[in-house]
Design a protein around this ligand. Structure first.
Ligand SMILES: CC(C)(COP(=O)(O)OP(=O)(O)OC[C@H]1O[C@@H](n2cnc3c(N)ncnc32)[C@H](O)[C@@H]1OP(=O)(O)O)[C@@H](O)C(=O)NCCC(=O)NCCS
Length: 154
């Protein structure tokens, strides 16, 4: 959990890829982990005994009819970017979502995150919505892009 949180909090402070502004506390991270279950896995990428990235499938919305839809998160330690780690993590999440019988995987991405948009497009996600100026961080408005991959089950 500390390694997952350290990677995430780097981006809270330095990037608009997350709309969170205050660092995630260890207690909040633990509560986040406890909200995940067998149908909503958390995975890590490990190299040299260190966690260098993580991914998760989370509930998209909590209302019951959304139960076949999950939202993915992928975060890679900044000194390990462009080595294929993000692609491996996202591919593994899609594979697990398929095996779990999920129907749709969503990604909510700041429109300025070219790398994340390209990563998702490369794994078959398509843009299905664009919410204008719903975020505000570092003194500017942020658009949110929804990308989706349908898995074809159910
Ligand atoms: C987005 C992120 C997960 C990518 O991880 P990564 O390990 O660097 O990505 P990969 O090396 O696996 O790259 C896979 C593909 O994504 C695209 N990509 C990744 N980073 C990119 C960048 N900075 N610019 C353009 N394309 C990029 C490319 O298509 C790349 O394929 P290629 O290297 O063959 O050209 C990483 O930059 C990150 O952690 N960003 C902050 C968190 C975030 O935005 N997460 C996604 C939102 S949930």
């Amino acid at each position: 959990m500390p390694a997952i949180n350290a990677i995430y909090n780097y981006f809270v402070v330095h990037s608009t890829c997350t709309f969170q502004i205050e660092s995630e506390t260890e207690a909040a991270r633990l509560a986040w982990f406890e909200r995940h279950d067998a149908a909503h896995p958390v995975i890590v990428a490990v190299a040299g005994g260190e966690v260098i990235g993580w991914g998760a499938l989370s509930r998209f919305y909590t209302r019951e009819a959304f139960r076949h839809t999950v939202e993915n998160s992928v975060y890679v330690r900044p000194d390990c970017h462009r080595l294929g780690v993000g692609r491996q993590l996202l591919a593994e999440l899609v594979s697990r979502a398929t095996a779990l019988g999920q129907h749709a995987v969503m990604a909510a991405i700041d429109s300025a995150q070219a790398g994340s948009l390209a990563l998702h497009a490369g794994l078959g996600f398509v843009e299905v919505g664009r919410l204008r100026e719903v975020g505000y961080k570092f003194g500017r408005w942020l658009d949110l892009v929804y990308m989706q991959r349908l898995l074809g089950a159910n």
